[in-house]
Design a protein around this ligand. Structure first.
Ligand code: URA
Length: 237
């Protein structure tokens, strides 16, 4: 790529002004002054400096939500050759990746992005982000089971943080519980429910922080709006 285009893609100046910047002797490539037109940059390997600071092209950021179906792994690749969620978002031309994990057999809301800072806000334990799930279970939970979930249960010798838990009354769907947690321990919701004595038949994530799955069909994705992104970042209402 030509040097003036490279500078423009760093978001510093238009191509025309980048030419002037080059001619004024402010640009070095790999430590060598380049003050003439026609220089071609190897974007992967060359180090370009403007006024003594290294500059890099801006990568467009993508933020999407996917309704993950069953039988997909939430990793970029899988040693066992199972389908991954990457197979469902082939039309995005960037290296996006899943934020956090859902089990192979869990469905529902999965955020994917190529913005590492954003992913960190959603996954770092320092930022408490509530995640809600609907589990289909084999029998309804009684008050004492709900209370145990609400005060936290012991998994692998360590207590979980208190959860929100309530039975959902949709008789045509069998027995369901809505459970909200902010930790991300391995198979946490399934194990919490099993620890109070019920079997989980299916599990679906319906929200992450302020973001809800809505009626996005299984296997489909959509871009997040700016307002949704800001709310997840903790800015705006
Ligand atoms: N808890 C689980 O048990 N499974 C998931 O996929 C997510 C949370």
């Amino acid at each position: 790529m030509r040097l003036q285009k490279f500078i423009a893609e760093c978001g510093i100046a238009s191509r025309r002004s980048a030419e002037k910047i080059i001619e004024s002797g402010r640009v070095y490539v790999n430590g060598q002054l380049v003050d003439y037109m026609g220089f071609v940059v190897d974007e992967e390997n060359d180090v370009v400096e403007l006024d003594g600071r290294v500059i890099k092209p801006q990568v467009k950021k993508h933020y999407i939500m996917l309704n993950k179906p069953k039988n997909y792994v939430t990793t970029v690749s899988d040693d066992l050759g199972r389908p991954t969620v990457m197979n469902l978002v082939t039309d995005i031309n960037a290296r996006i990746y899943p934020v956090g994990r859902l089990d192979f057999d869990t469905t529902g809301l999965l955020i994917m992005t190529n913005d590492g800072d954003f992913a960190n806000i959603l996954t770092h334990p320092r930022h408490v982000v509530n995640k809600s799930y609907i589990a289909r279970i084999d029998k309804p939970l009684d008050e004492s089971q709900l209370e145990r979930l609400r005060s936290g249960v012991e998994l692998d010798g360590v207590m979980t943080a208190p959860a929100k838990a309530e039975n959902i009354k949709r008789p045509q769907k069998g027995f369901e519980v809505k459970i909200t947690i902010h930790e991300g321990r391995n198979r946490q919701v399934r194990r919490m429910l099993e620890s109070v004595g019920v079997n989980v038949m299916s599990l679906k994530r319906i929200s992450i922080g302020s973001l809800t799955l809505g009626n996005l069909p299984e296997g489909k994705w959509r871009r997040l709006s700016d307002a949704e992104i800001d709310k997840l970042r903790g800015k705006g209402k």
